[in-house]
Structure formats: structure tokens, C-alpha cells
Design a protein around this ligand. Structure first.
Ligand code: PA5
Length: 443
């Protein structure tokens, strides 16, 4: 992994990064000494180095059991209980679903779309399927709703006894409805540690089980994260520490008016990583009326839509480009006798060579247009590099949140919609809120 800040540094006054050195290193230290806000949620900091081979073998064994039995594995979860596993699987799976003998992994509980759920149930009809129910609280409406539908369907299709062996629950060690259901029904369970929040949980069974189910190498994933844990630790000097450098630069840009960070990629495989990153940074930093707004684009696709805004719109943005150095496969552009499209100058070149020039050309154009550019390069899309990616951005997020002087590990803002929804649906216990919200709507 390489971090290049040269096209961002020119947008902040000389000396800014040096000025932030002590503050950034102190923020990184808070993650290790546990003296900062939200310090009961720091279990992710040393999670990679504390993950044992034996534990990974246990996760793999359960994945193997599900893989042996199911054609389709439905992962039910939302937010931090969804985006991590989906990001990793989408990056590593075949783009068009040609995944050999691996079961197909699909997702539910991440929305309340009736058509989505109906389509999913149609897909699952007459198929052998398994369910991984992921919810730390065990009370999340979207996930609980999907799980009840799926469990009912599975029990109807294979009977209650067989369904028991096709359901795994990943939840809190003691509390919540998901834990209670698992205990009553006798499902296999994995624990989401108390001290790891949802958006930092991809390297717990939340991510590991669905990733192993899809046929990907969870040991290589953890190795990548372990190496990045070392590379970003508090003993690594500020100027050598990529997580510190990234956190410092994005805070510097924010201080000088760049309020929106756009994660851009030139490889469709990493699309869902931007979704994961948006939750990580948005939910961690967007509070107390502060915080960079994390946005994302897929390039070159979005150069034909959002490209105009990025090049020419309000200069309140900076870009963080995820650059993948090598493609995993090779496609050579063919020569055409007629050359009606005028593209014979590209004949014999790899498609990735064209893509790389698009990436470089875009970077230069955006910098010329006044958009600071942070470039983060990974060698290729594989488990090891993805493990590095995950831990790098987690660490950068913790440091950056402390620099912003917020608690990066809570999310009080996500409760507001739930209160209104429950009041509108007349949930028992919400009688007062129901009356108030209905009166408000009648005004
Ligand atoms: O990061 C978070 O804490 C949230 O995004 C949660 O992961 C999300 O709301 C799902 O919660 P739960 O796992 O309790 O169902």
C-alpha cells in the first residue's frame, strides 16, 4: 500500500502538515492508551494481531458446513453488520457470478423494500439455502424483519429440524432478540465483541464468516490487516505512518474549507468499499455539527455524470483515489481492419493500460481544476491487500475522529428516524410519541 499526498499538499499552506504532527500522533496514541472518548469501543485496534489461527479455523469449519449444504447463503444485516462482508465479497467474487462451485452469497435485511424481499424469496424458492443472521443489538428492524421472513420460509421448505443446521447467528454474547432466538432454537452462534462497534466489525465473524462462505481466504485477509496494524501503530513515526498522514491531510484540507471527501476508484470491483468507507467515516465523524461529508464515485463511469461537478463545481471538495496497480486478469484490445471507431492506436495494449492513462489524465485535470488529490495505491485486489485496506481506513478514521474532537465510536444520530418510524407504526411503548407525531402531521 502506498500513500501519495503531493497533489494535496499544494492546497494547504506550507508547514501545515508539520503543525499537525504532535496532534496527530497524540490522537493515534489515544487509540492505544484508551484515554479518549468512546474508549469502550477500541477492541478493533488490536483485533488483527489478536486473531488466532485456531479461531479462523473454527470460522472456516462452520463456513464449510454451510457451503456443503447450501446453494445460496443469505447474509441478513445492515450498516456495520452488512457493508464489510459485502465489500469484500463483491471485490473478490467473479463480477458476473461465475464463482465455480462456491455457493452464491446474497444480502437481505439491509432495506425494507417489499419488492426486494419478494424477489429474494422467489430466488430462494426450491433452492437449498442457508441464513447468516447478523445483528449486534439483535433489535434492528430491517434485519429482524428479513430474518423472520427467511426463517419462516426455510422452515417451511426443509422442516424445523433441518433449518436449525442451516442458520448461523452472529450477535452479542448475551443480550438482544437474536441471541435469545439462537439459544431457544439451538443455532450455531458467533459473538460480536462488546468493544467492537458495527462499522469496525468486518474483521470479526461479521465479515469473516460470509467471506469464508463465499470461498475467500480469511487467513490472508487477516494477515494483510495484521501487517497494516504494525505499519500504523503509535511507535511508527508520524512522517512514516500512512494512517497518521492520511488523517492529518484530510483534517488540514477540512480546516481550509474542503468539506467533502470523494472516494474515487477506477476499478468497479472496489465499488462497495466506498460504501463501507462512507459508513465508517460518516457515522464516526458526522456529529456535533462537524465532519467531512464522505461521498464516492466510480470512474471512469461517473466522469460522464459527476465528472462535470468535480471538475467545475463549488471548490469545497477533495478526492481520495483508490488506485489498484495491477489487474488480476488480462484483456488485450484487438486491431480492426476498418478502424471505424479510430481506436487502432490502442490495438495490442492491455485494457488496464488505457484505464491507467484515464486515471492519470483525470488526476491531472482535477488537480488543475482545484481539487486536492490524495492517492492510495494497492498492488491488486486480493485478500491480503483488502485486509490492509480495511485496517488502514479504520485506523485513519479513529485518528481523524479524535483530531476532529468528536467521539468517533458512537452514533447518537441514527436513533432519530427509528423513534419516528416506531411512533408512526404504533409500536407498543411509543404511545406518547405516536400521539405527538400524528398531531404534528395533522397541522
Ligand atoms: O455501525 C453501527 O453501529 C451501525 O451501522 C450498526 O452496525 C447497524 O445499525 C446494525 O446494527 P446491528 O448490528 O445492531 O443490527
Amino acid at each position: 500500500m502506498k500513500l501519495c499526498l503531493k497533489n494535496a499538499a499544494s492546497f494547504v499552506p506550507v508547514g501545515t502538515m508539520e503543525r499537525l504532527a504532535a496532534e496527530t500522533a497524540a490522537a493515534n496514541e489515544l487509540l492505544e492508551n484508551g484515554q479518549g472518548a468512546g474508549n469502550d469501543f477500541l477492541g478493533w485496534v488490536h483485533l488483527p494481531s489478536q486473531t488466532t489461527e485456531a479461531f479462523l479455523d473454527e470460522v472456516q469449519a462452520v463456513a464449510n458446513q454451510l457451503r456443503a449444504k447450501a446453494e445460496i447463503i443469505v447474509v441478513a444485516g445492515i450498516g456495520g453488520s452488512y457493508l464489510g462482508p459485502r465489500a469484500v465479497n463483491e471485490a473478490l467474487d467473479h463480477t458476473f457470478g461465475l464463482n465455480g462451485n462456491n455457493p452464491r452469497v446474497v444480502y437481505a435485511g439491509n432495506n425494507i423494500g417489499e419488492d426486494y424481499l419478494a424477489d429474494l424469496m422467489e430466488l430462494l424458492t426450491d433452492k437449498t439455502f442457508a441464513i447468516i443472521n447478523i445483528s449486534k443489538s439483535g433489535t434492528t428492524t430491517e434485519t429482524a424483519l428479513a430474518f423472520r421472513l427467511l426463517k419462516t420460509m426455510l422452515e417451511k421448505q426443509v422442516g424445523k429440524a433441518a433449518a436449525k443446521d442451516l442458520i448461523v447467528c452472529i450477535t452479542d454474547k448475551a443480550k438482544g432478540a437474536a441471541r435469545k432466538t439462537a439459544e431457544i432454537e439451538g443455532y450455531k452462534t458467533f459473538v460480536i465483541p462488546d468493544n467492537v462497534g458495527g462499522r469496525f466489525s468486518v474483521l470479526t465473524p461479521v465479515g469473516l464468516l460470509p467471506i469464508a462462505c463465499a470461498g475467500h481466504d480469511i487467513k490472508a485477509l487477516i494477515r494483510g490487516a495484521q501487517d497494516m496494524e504494525k505499519t500504523t501503530g503509535m511507535d511508527v513515526a508520524y512522517t512514516e505512518n500512512p494512517a497518521c498522514q492520511y488523517a492529518a491531510m484530510r483534517n488540514a484540507l477540512y480546516q481550509f474549507g474542503k468539506k467533502i471527501e470523494i472516494m474515487a476508484n477506477f476499478n468497479p470491483k472496489v465499488h462497495y468499499f466506498a460504501e463501507w468507507w462512507k459508513q465508517l467515516y460518516g457515522e464516526s465523524e458526522g456529529k456535533d455539527h462537524k465532519g467531512i461529508f464522505p461521498a464516492s464515485v466510480d470512474l471512469t463511469t461517473d466522469l460522464h455524470s459527476m465528472g462535470q461537478w468535480i471538475q467545475d463545481g463549488e471548490r469545497s471538495i477533495f478526492e481520495t483515489v483508490i488506485s489498484i496497480e495491477k489487474s488480476n486478469k488480462t484483456v488485450i484490445f484487438p486491431k480492426d481492419e476498418q478502424n471505424l471507431d479510430g481506436l487502432n492506436f490502442l490495438a495490442g495494449k492491455r485494457v488496464d493500460e488505457v484505464n491507467k492513462m484515464a486515471e492519470l489524465g483525470t488526476q491531472l485535470a482535477h488537480v488543475d481544476g482545484g481539487v486536492p488529490n490524495i492517492k492510495i495505491s494497492f498492488e491488486k485486489v486480493d485478500e491480503y491487500n483488502i485486509g490492509q485496506f480495511i485496517y488502514f481506513f479504520e485506523r485513519g478514521c479513529g485518528i481523524s475522529g479524535y483530531m476532529l474532537k468528536v467521539n468517533p465510536f458512537n452514533q447518537p444520530g441514527v436513533e432519530a428516524y427509528k423513534k419516528n418510524m416506531f411512533a408512526l407504526l404504533d409500536k407498543p411503548g411509543y404511545e406518547e410519541e405516536s400521539k405527538a407525531i400524528k398531531a404534528r402531521l395533522q397541522k
